[in-house]
Design a protein around this ligand. Structure first.
Ligand code: NDP
Ligand code: HSE
Length: 436
């Protein structure tokens, strides 16, 4: 028998408790040990729970519960006390399963080292893309290959919002409220819409894919709050869809011929509608992996929600139990080298740029000249007329450019110079394009 301490009984924790209590016999058959739910630590002893659970299991003394357990499942979220409780468990040799991407993206390397030192296992399948098996495939199934790129839709809330805006024309605020009601959003949805949740997951994916430590601070991050209905409509008109992508890739530093480095970023991205990730709708998640020998792989499924995320937690719990039953040591190896992070010169992609300009002779050529000065090649351009009579001097036009691949540095310089042109009223959007 293995004693399991559950820390947290919210959206995910309550479903883990339910599965442990309902499926005891089959879990025992699969793990080789009976997983006994020793207790559930919560903040409020009287709060109503999503699942009916025996009252005697609840405690507000998390430390004592951890001290009594062989396995600790941390589903409280946040940095403290989750961090101290995980360290406490590891230091007494208990293995830990967590879904806490925020904590792992901040303190993962220190926690993994501590787990290695204490022969304990720290598993976190639930931390990235909910139910989707992605950590184990990257860590184990692809450990004999060389992963070169990972593209992921790893935040259900933002995918739901962008999808609603794209398909029903919903306003941002209404789509966000619905995502919160459905339980996809974090307690503070800023982490979702500003891209921080996806950035934490991107850091974890990059660490595992490239065997190098990547923390949240290394991830360039831009959320979806600046994506407008006009951006979405313009993308749609041109055969694209806008998705918040987490992108981790191996790059060459310098001008593309230097040492190997890595670039990890999260930003709204235009994808051609025929790209496999464009078909990921609602709160679903998907991770697209490119490896030298395996080629392109895609992992798809529910990225959030109580039951799907509990499935990933239970998978970790059963495999850790099997290891404990077999008496094998913990295995948490993540980083075997230290790759430098690429700066803006190492990010090489295509861009979509929206401008509001005066509809006058010569404006287009002046804008095009700025692209040329910075070596940024234009792939396509569309002009839509705004108010006023065309060519009358007081009318406006909206220009949308799609560029060939260029460095982020060249693009930033181009945009800065375009902004300074007299005929340019504003730069309405700058979005990256992938998959072309
Ligand atoms: P919830 O906010 O729904 O639940 C958190 C639980 O932790 C609550 O039961 C709360 O107690 C308890 N808790 C919080 N702080 C303390 C404390 N100081 N002491 C004791 N108990 C505490 O979170 P979720 O279930 O949504 O998420 C849990 C973790 O899983 C997070 O790390 C999250 O990022 C991750 N995750 C969540 C997903 C989802 O879809 N929800 C998907 C993937 C990962 P009380 O109820 O008494 O307040
Ligand atoms: N808030 C997260 C999301 C939950 O929307 O994807 C899963 O990590």
């Amino acid at each position: 028998m293995l004693k399991v301490a559950l820390l947290g009984c919210g959206t995910v924790g309550s479903q883990v408790a339910r599965i442990l209590l309902e499926d005891g016999d089959s879990l025992a058959a699969r793990s080789g040990a009976r997983l006994e739910l020793a207790g559930i630590a919560v903040r409020s002893m009287d709060a109503k729970r999503d699942v009916d659970l025996p009252r005697e299991l609840f405690t507000d003394e998390a430390e004592a519960l951890v001290d009594s357990a062989d396995l600790v499942v941390e589903l409280m979220g946040g940095i403290e006390p989750a961090r101290s409780l995980i360290l406490r468990a590891i230091r007494k040799g208990a293995s830990v399963v967590t879904g806490n991407k925020a904590l792992l993206a901040q303190d993962g390397p220190a926690l993994f080292e501590e787990a290695d030192r204490n022969n304990a296992e720290l598993s976190f399948e639930a931390a990235v893309a909910g139910a989707i098996p992605i950590i184990r495939p990257i860590r184990e199934s692809l450990s004999g290959d060389r992963i070169t790129r990972v593209l992921g839709i790893v935040n259900g809330t933002t995918n739901y919002i962008l999808d609603q805006m794209d398909t029903t024309g919903a306003a941002f605020a209404d789509a966000l409220a619905e995502a919160q009601r459905l339980g996809y959003a974090e307690a503070d949805p800023t982490a979702d819409v500003e891209g921080h949740d996806a950035a934490a997951k991107a850091a974890l994916l990059a660490t595992l894919a490239f065997h190098t430590p990547v923390s949240l601070d290394d991830v360039r991050c831009e959320g979806i709050t600046k994506v407008t209905a006009e951006d979405i409509a313009a993308a749609k008109d041109s055969g694209f869809v806008i998705k918040l992508l987490a992108i981790a890739e191996l790059v060459r530093l310098g001008d593309g011929d230097g040492a190997e480095g890595t670039s990890v970023r999260v930003h709204p991205t235009l994808l051609p509608r025929e790209h496999p990730l464009a078909a990921v709708r609602g709160a679903y998640n998907a991770v697209f992996v490119e490896a030298e020998n395996a080629g392109q792989l895609m992992f798809y499924g529910a990225g959030a929600g109580g039951r799907p995320t509990a499935s990933a937690v239970m998978g970790d719990l059963v495999s850790t139990a099997r290891r404990l039953v077999a008496g094998a040591p913990g295995r948490t190896d993540t980083a075997t080298r230290r790759l430098p992070m690429a700066g803006v010169e190492g990010i090489f992609t295509s861009y979509s740029i929206g401008l509001e300009v005066a509809d006058q002779p010569g404006v287009l050529s002046r804008v095009a000249a700025v692209f040329a000065e910075h070596g940024v090649s234009i792939e396509a351009m569309r002009q839509t007329l705004g108010d006023g009579a065309a060519g009358a001097g007081n009318s406006r036009a909206e220009l949308r450019f799609v560029t060939h691949r260029a460095t982020e540095k060249a693009l930033a310089e181009t945009v800065a110079d375009i902004k300074n042109l007299d005929a340019v009223e504003s730069v309405t959007s700058v979005l990256r394009v992938e998959g072309v």
